[in-house]
Write a protein of this length. Structure first.
Length: 150
């Protein structure tokens, strides 16, 4: 049975992730190329490939490896994670600014800060939707605090 843990575990080490990416980017089977380029022994290559297949991320058809539907979705998610990591320091800056000023800044100002720092539309959308939720949660907490005090 495939589980979230088994899927994540299958690509959790650098060599497995590299092999998973190699399969995603390749059109045909280049197992000898994978083995030498990724500096894997034959045993490492086949055992890692078996783990990827057991997690239903990769399939073998006529001797060629390709991503399964689940593998394609996971690869797309991986690309999103890579994009977020490229923005790591900008995200840290936003966290720092918004954490120190979230209660005083209106949502529009928070959105403007995010829009000025981040140029990726998908990341902006995630952060901007989350900022509005955070503001609402702070309002709810302060309202609850007032009710409890009085």
């Amino acid at each position: 049975m495939v589980s979230t843990a088994s899927v994540i575990s299958a690509i959790s080490d650098d060599k497995a992730l590299s092999l998973f990416k190699a399969v995603a980017f390749s059109e045909n089977d280049c197992s000898n190329l994978y083995i030498s380029k990724l500096r894997l022994s034959r045993r490492q290559y086949y055992s890692t490939m078996m783990e990827l297949m057991d997690a239903d991320l990769v399939r073998r058809i006529s001797g060629r490896y390709s991503l399964t539907s689940l593998g394609k979705i996971m690869f797309n998610s991986y690309l999103k994670i890579e994009t977020a990591i490229k923005y790591y320091w900008k995200l840290k800056a936003i966290d720092s600014i918004l954490t120190s000023a979230i209660s005083e800044l209106p949502v529009q100002e928070c959105t403007r800060i995010i829009d000025n720092i981040i140029d990726n539309e998908e990341i902006k959308a995630i952060l901007n939707s989350d900022t509005g939720k955070q503001k609402e949660q702070l309002k709810d907490r302060s309202h609850l605090k007032e009710v409890l005090i009085h």
